[in-house]
Design a protein around this ligand. Structure first.
Ligand code: SF4
Length: 331
């Protein structure tokens, strides 16, 4: 008896020959179930192996937490919801440099500064100036560490200032299908402002990390639309999060995604974006449990290590051990 690969996966093998996946075939892949998902996972791993450079884990610091004027439905830091998180103003440069030392000493060479809030449109803003000073201090203290930031919506002026201070990468997530951003994520800012921010930064040579979050109640079509929007924006890295429902937010009762759906969506993102860094951000430990290794074989080539914004993650040491277990499957 000969085993057949399911037709939707067979059609997707064109990606290995350098042909782009079409939206129609990507939608067909979303219908796969059971063992057929493993055919897709296997192809995603081959595509990662052939086209994607080895991704590097990164760490982030939540440099300013909570009291955010925006109303992103998944977020514990919004002032619109009653979540019991610890809030604090922007940490000073010394505290951030000190905190970066611990991840630097453990071998991490990409470090992201994250702040809550809408963003910064004026370069003379006091808080923005402090962030520039933090970037300078980190670059001086750790010249071989690449510094990233995720500080919200920018103007042409603030994007240029970040580039002038040597920022390597900026995170600005689409979060979901751009057409449904206001409905699924937030209506206190627009997806157009976010896309414009990405374009300003690209103009000044800052690389872009842009992905989103699954498990909000979005459809498979929404997920595919996001994958193609990332491709169209030609972003460099795609961080993918899986919702951990947080008490007090509008999504507190959302069911957690099952591992096979997470593996399916990661695999499709890899086929749509063969050469990019695809990184698992928050939700890796809680949603994937014993299946974290499966994710690495589903096209992922990087992850955030050492904790997230308002939730803990696995330690850097444990993650390094985990990468060792994958030798042979992915090198
Ligand atoms: S995701 Fe960012 S902008 Fe949205 S509520 Fe949270 S901290 Fe504010």
């Amino acid at each position: 008896m000969t085993m057949k690969i399911v037709p939707a996966v067979e059609k997707s093998y064109c990606v290995l020959d350098g042909e782009p996946l079409t939206e129609a075939v990507a939608m067909e892949l979303t219908k796969l179930e059971g063992n057929d998902i493993l055919d897709l996972v296997s192809l995603a791993n081959k595509v990662r192996d052939k086209f994607a450079a080895k991704g590097e884990p990164c760490s982030i610091i939540n440099a300013k937490c909570g009291v955010c004027s925006q109303n992103c439905k998944f977020c514990a830091q919004s002032v619109h919801y009653h979540t019991k998180i610890e809030t604090y103003d922007l940490l000073d440069a010394d505290a951030i440099v000190k905190s970066a030392k611990s991840v630097y000493d453990e071998g991490v060479r990409m470090y992201g500064i994250v702040t809550s809030g809408y963003g910064y449109l004026k370069a003379e803003d006091d808080e923005f100036q402090k962030i520039l000073a933090v970037i300078d201090a980190l670059r001086t203290a750790y010249p071989d560490m690449r510094i990233c930031a995720s500080i919200g919506v920018l103007s042409d002026e603030t994007a240029k200032a970040l580039a002038d201070h040597g920022l390597y990468r900026y995170n600005m997530n689409l979060q979901t299908n751009p057409e449904r951003y206001a409905e699924l994520i937030s209506d206190t800012h627009t997806i157009e402002e976010k896309i414009q921010t990405i374009k300003y930064l690209q103009k000044y040579g800052v690389t872009i990390c842009c992905g989103g979050i699954f498990g909000l109640g979005e459809t498979w079509r929404d997920r595919i639309k996001m994958a193609f929007a990332c491709r169209e924006l030609d972003v460099d890295g795609i961080p993918l999060n899986v919702l951990l429902p947080i008490q007090g937010t509008p999504l507190e009762k959302q069911p957690i995604m099952v591992p096979c759906d997470v593996a399916k969506v990661f695999s499709i993102f890899r086929l749509v974006n063969p050469t990019k860094v695809i990184k698992f951000a928050a939700g890796r430990e809680t949603t994937m449990k014993d299946f974290q290794g499966l994710l690495m074989l589903s096209g992922m080539n990087s992850f955030i290590t050492g904790g997230y914004l308002t939730t803990r993650g696995r330690s850097i040491e444990e993650d390094q051990r985990f990468l060792g277990y994958l030798k042979g499957f992915m090198d």
